[in-house]
Design a protein around this ligand. Structure first.
Ligand SMILES: [Cu+2]
Length: 223
């Protein structure tokens, strides 16, 4: 072997060793990255979302009071105009509805959809969960939350309906004076939410709150 050939062979060996070492470093990095990814997945846990519906909200001098959804967080009622949720995580939703009146709603929105088991648990409806036993005078008889997949469409005060474009991905009919709970999961995306019961102002009940973000409508951003 001539001197130039020896140098060439040595150079090839150096390059091969370098390539092997570089590959080892890259694969090592990949392992580290996959490790950190799995730990962030493990950190993802169920998320609690509490919505409160009240009725004595001053809308303006023409319309007067209107009902509104709020998000309860950090011990405060905050606007429901923009609701941010973690994606791909079970959302435990609790809706506390102080509105005691029903509103007209298309029958399709009397069905529960998009929740775990396609049911909602009605926990505090006085007609469902707490009635006096026959013959009792002052006792209150509180029954466990009742899972329902649909409610009577003449007994709906509001709905919490989440849509992706025109497709409904979540529908929870909300009975008057009730507390309802359910679990759902959203894929990442930009959704709209709306109440589908005509609870607002005007002849058809679709004015005022029904047309206003933070009252009976808003967006849901899952990420
Ligand atoms: Cu409504």
């Amino acid at each position: 072997m001539q001197k130039s050939e020896v140098l060439f062979a040595f150079g090839v060996i150096v390059i091969m060793v370098g390539a092997l070492f570089g590959g080892f470093m890259i694969s090592n990095l990949a392992i580290r990255n996959s490790g950190s990814g799995s730990s962030s997945t493990a950190a993802a846990q169920a998320y609690d979302l509490t919505l409160v519906i009240t009725t004595d909200n001053w809308f303006n001098n023409t319309i007067g009071y209107e009902p509104a959804f709020y998000v309860l967080q950090n011990n405060q009622l905050t606007s429901s105009a923009n609701i941010s949720l973690p994606a791909n995580v079970p959302i435990h939703i609790t809706i506390v509805n102080y509105d005691d009146g029903a509103a007209p709603v298309p029958a399709i929105f009397a069905n529960v959809s998009g929740t775990s088991g396609n049911v909602v648990f009605i926990a505090n409806d006085s007609t469902v969960n707490s009635s006096q036993p026959a013959g009792a005078s002052a006792a209150i008889n509180v029954v466990d939350p009742q899972p329902v997949s649909s409610v009577n469409d003449s007994n709906i005060a509001h709905t919490f309906t989440v849509q992706l474009g025109t497709a409904t991905v979540l529908n929870i009919p909300i009975e008057p004076s009730s507390v309802e709970t359910a679990t759902f999961t959203l894929a990442p995306g930009f959704y709209h939410w709306h109440c589908m019961a005509a609870c607002g102002s005007g002849a058809a009940g679709w004015g005022g709150a029904m047309q206003t973000p933070g009252w009976m409508a808003g967006v849901v951003y899952a990420s």
